[in-house]
Design a protein around this ligand. Structure first.
Ligand code: TTP
Ligand code: MG
Length: 434
């Protein structure tokens, strides 16, 4: 782990207003506000982690085909059809190949590279698995692209240890569970965390502490500032500003005059100030799992086993994200690719595995009674999602439900420790048990 600065204190509680010339984010105030939101509200220390997978598309290709290990890889469009490179493996980068370059140019630079087509669906699947792992560390996750995300881990220290330690654990878990490497940046804000993850790629872990922000930023070129594109960099160079240090010392009035409001933003970033909050992905409309079978399946026991496993994974994701679902959908694809879906609305929003399972199992049984035939794909989705805050708690808790919640909690703990596949139910009743 690379520390740019001294070892941070274990649980920093110092209240220091370092937000100057920059508005505090507006935060909904509520009594049950967790620690990390307090810390943002009062300008106290935050710990943000940025995770970026290394040579993502190429790494997934290598994972699926170990024979590609050590070879230069170019993943992207057809060189003959004016395709471009989506990702070049680090071996290919040594020959000057990079993303967004015409594939034909890349092949000319590295003629012995293996050229592979983009398999978007597979990369999305792995991306989901990475997010599943990140959710085990904090509910405050903001995915930024297919292979990167921010986590706000402020206030998680007591449970998980200091933020740099959390960064290390994230890397270890991604490597252990998925066999992939990630570069991780740990810092007091989003801008610094993103910058940090990029400083020691691949497989890096860089921590920027508050006391060393200037030492890290000052020597860097202005193009390293998040949001400074080629045009803005040109404009800054015209002012004889080439490094972040020079930008920090430039009068903010001059920046404002040249760049308008963005000038203030540049001034803040050059001083290592960035108060943008981590915004968990609120666009999530549904959470689902599906599986295409290697050989078509008609056996009901086998279909039940697959569906139960998917339901458990979906329920776990709902619980990790603090969400509940109001409806469940069953998706079935026949051998001739005809795809049908069947949905049911639940009596109340839930994230209890047992309740979701009952709903989706009923749909499967209904389908099987009338239309049963071999399937090439089976999947389930939970939708009409609500956050916990939107739900009214029942005044008198149903003892049976509380028991099911306890079972879920225990299973979640095991899954978190040993992986999603480490535990699954034997069936919800004797008939299902395999
Ligand atoms: P990046 O994280 O930018 O690149 P990377 O993961 O390949 O390499 P690095 O180790 O430097 O992080 O992008 C993630 C994926 O997004 C990348 O594997 C392919 C895709 N991508 C494109 O399709 N086109 C592009 O121009 C870029 C930059 C990325
Ligand atoms: Mg990447």
């Amino acid at each position: 782990m690379e520390h740019l600065g001294p070892e941070p204190p274990r649980a920093e509680k110092r209240c220091r207003i370092l937000i100057r010339g920059c508005q505090l984010p507006i935060i909904r105030y509520e009594l049950s506000i967790p620690d990390y939101r307090y810390s943002m509200l009062w300008g106290m220390s935050r710990w943000i982690i940025h995770v970026d997978m290394d040579e993502f598309f190429a790494a997934v290709e290598r994972l699926d085909n170990p024979a590609l290990r050590g070879k230069p890889l170019l993943v992207g469009g057809d060189p003959k059809a004016r395709g471009v490179v989506s990702t070049a493996s680090y071996e290919a980068r040594a020959f000057g190949c990079h993303s967004a370059m015409p594939m034909a140019t890349a092949v000319r630079r590295c003629p012995h590279a293996v050229v592979l087509q983009v398999r978007g669906q597979r990369y999305h699947q792995v991306s989901e698995q990475v997010l599943d792992i990140l959710e085990q560390f904090s509910p405050m996750i903001e995915p930024l692209s297919i292979d990167e995300a921010f986590l706000d881990v402020s206030g998680c220290e007591r449970l998980l240890g200091p933020a740099p330690e959390i960064g290390k654990q994230i890397k270890q878990r991604i490597r252990g569970r998925l066999g992939l490497t990630a570069s991780v940046g740990v810092a007091p804000n989003k801008f610094l965390a993103k910058l940090a993850s990029d400083l020691r790629k691949p497989d890096g872990l860089v921590v920027i502490t508050k006391d060393h922000i200037r030492d890290v930023l000052d020597p860097l070129g202005i193009e390293r500032l998040w949001g400074v594109g080629p045009a803005a960099a040109k404009g800054l160079r015209r002012l004889d500003i080439h490094t972040i240090g020079q930008l920090r010392l430039a009068p903010v009035e001059l920046l404002r005059e040249r760049f308008g409001q963005v000038g203030d933003h540049y001034h803040c970033l050059a001083n290592g100030i960035d108060c943008r909050p981590v915004v968990p992905d609120s666009r999530t409309k549904s959470i689902g799992r599906e599986q295409t079978f290697a050989a078509d399946i008609e056996d009901m026991d086998e279909l039940i086993r697959v569906l139960l496993n998917q339901t458990e994974q979906v329920a776990r994701r709902l619980r990790r994200g603090g969400l509940k679902a109001r409806s469940v959908t069953l998706k079935l694809r026949y051998v001739d690719f005809t795809t049908i879906t069947r949905s049911a609305t639940l009596t109340e929003p839930t994230n209890i595995t047992e309740v979701l399972w009952r709903g989706v199992r009923r749909l499967l049984d209904k389908w099987a009674a009338r239309h049963r035939r071999p399937l090439r794909l089976l999947g389930m989705t939970a939708s009409q999602l609500t956050g916990r805050e939107g739900l009214q708690e029942t005044l008198f808790p149903d003892p049976q439900r509380t028991g099911q919640e306890r079972i879920d909690e225990a299973m979640d703990r095991i899954a978190e420790r040993f992986g999603d596949r480490s535990i699954c139910r034997g069936g919800t009743n004797g008939a299902d048990r395999k």
